[in-house]
Design a protein around this ligand. Structure first.
Ligand SMILES: [Ca+2]
Length: 195
């Protein structure tokens, strides 16, 4: 396929009527499995989803963004460097990892998405893999959102040196203050004896 043909395919995909292709099956699965309220922000740029005229929604896209949208919709196979403007980093990560074709197939078994994504990927670097956040119904691109126990464990490990130094400084401070007060008391007793 020459570059002109490829460009025509991209433009054709971008010129499809601006009907959002939503996949509520995934949202419904995560909400049910996690027991949490899950909105479109897990995968989309706009928490209200792709339809509309707000930032990150189809009616708000300029020509260059529409072209990127067309490329993303044409990325049927994994490994393509797509950057859909209506998806967030996790949404684009899904398409890059498994391709659009496999993603659409998973509509009937959205739980299997977690089996196909890279197990060690942690887009927000909060110590909780994206796949775990998907199953937990937390946001894989928000390092403040995650299982509280896992977040605490990660933050404790990350800040262990600072915690140890603070604890040591506190102990030394208390120890030093104790000796200082003891010294004052001793000096006072000596003075009382001399008087
Ligand atoms: Ca994470």
């Amino acid at each position: 396929m020459n570059s002109r043909a490829a460009l025509l395919i991209v433009l054709a995909a971008a010129s499809v009527p601006h009907r959002a292709i939503a996949y509520p099956e995934f949202q419904a699965f995560v909400a049910k499995s996690s027991g949490r309220t899950v909105n479109c922000a897990m995968c989309h740029a706009n928490s209200d989803g792709p339809e509309g005229t707000g930032p990150g929604q189809i009616g708000h896209l300029n020509a260059a963004e529409l072209e990127r949208l067309g490329r993303a919709r044409s990325a049927l196979q994994p490994g393509q460097a797509v950057e859909s403007p209506i998806l967030n980093a996790f949404g684009n990560h899904i398409i890059k990892s498994i391709g659009k074709e496999k993603f659409v197939e998973l509509k009937v078994s959205p739980a299997h998405l977690a089996d196909l994504l890279p197990p060690d990927s942690d887009l927000d670097h909060d110590g909780i893999p994206d796949v775990r956040e998907y199953l937990d119904g937390t946001l894989p691109i928000n390092h403040n959102d995650g299982n509280p126990l896992l977040l605490f464990r990660h933050n404790f490990r990350t800040n262990l040196v600072a915690i140890a130094l603070t604890l040591a400084a506190t102990v030394c401070g208390v120890w030093g203050l104790g000796h200082l007060l003891h010294g004052f008391a001793t000096a006072s007793r000596i003075k009382d004896t001399e008087d």
